[in-house]
Unconditional design. Structure first.
Length: 85
């Protein structure tokens, strides 16, 4: 009985792949790109997953920018939600 209790206290490590990712945005363009710090810290994990999650950006409508010229590792968001859309 003690072995069962001891084993139950060890956390199980599991990888969890999200179905949905919501990103707060400081800006976006019409092509659904978002500015970042140009290191790919948001984009690279998304592209590394076997099944890419649905990516939603949340922003104010007045934070739309001129075109953002993406790098090779940049990915578009699937949808951007604003208070006007």
């Amino acid at each position: 009985m003690q072995a069962a209790v001891r084993d139950a206290q060890i956390p199980v490590k599991r990888a969890v792949a999200p179905d949905l990712v919501v990103a707060p945005l400081v800006g976006f363009d019409r092509a659904r790109y978002r500015p970042g710090n140009r290191g790919g810290y948001f984009n690279r994990p998304l592209t590394a997953l076997t099944n890419r999650p649905f990516a939603v950006g949340a922003a104010y409508a007045n934070s739309e920018l001129e075109p953002i010229y993406p790098r090779a590792h940049d990915v578009t968001l699937d949808v951007i939600v604003t208070e006007k859309s």
